[in-house]
Design a protein around this ligand. Structure first.
Ligand SMILES: [Zn+2]
Length: 141
């Protein structure tokens, strides 16, 4: 590890980059998820931020709201891919569209699961903002 690595590791990420890397919305340092997006072990979300101990599920059932976000993402993806398929192939066969849209839904579902929660916590929750104090040092030190 070089000196510049340590420096970037110490500084919290900018908002969009932190969201992209699924970091905790409070400290932008701890990871929200315990494993990778595409893996055979499924997705595990930390209950508490490993860095600042923020509880991600702020109240019981909080992530039900993420279902609506995920639904919106799905609609946008399906419309995009349906229009894209039409523009590329000009096909009128419904089976082509059913096949492509099913595949897209399955392939993107881990992505939707993860980023619906990220979007909910970053941009759709009032009163939840980045807190520079929490980013200064890990809670258990
Ligand atoms: Zn945190």
């Amino acid at each position: 590890m070089t000196a510049s690595d340590i420096k970037t590791a110490d500084k919290p990420l900018p908002e969009f980059k932190a969201a992209l890397h699924a970091k905790c919305p409070k400290c932008r340092k701890g990871n929200m998820f315990a494993n990778s997006m595409y893996g055979f072990s499924g997705q595990k979300m930390h209950t508490y931020c490993p860095y600042c101990n923020f509880q991600f599920e702020m109240e019981p059932g909080y992530f039900y709201v993420a279902m609506f976000v995920s639904y919106g993402m799905n609609v946008i993806e399906m419309v995009t891919f349906a229009v894209g398929t039409f523009l590329l192939t000009g096909s009128e066969s419904p089976w082509l569209y059913v096949g492509i849209l099913l595949a897209v839904t399955l392939i993107l579902s881990p992505f939707n699961y993860r980023y619906s929660r990220v979007m909910l916590l970053y941009w759709l929750t009032p009163n939840l903002h980045f807190d520079p104090e929490r980013a200064k040092k890990p809670y258990n030190e």
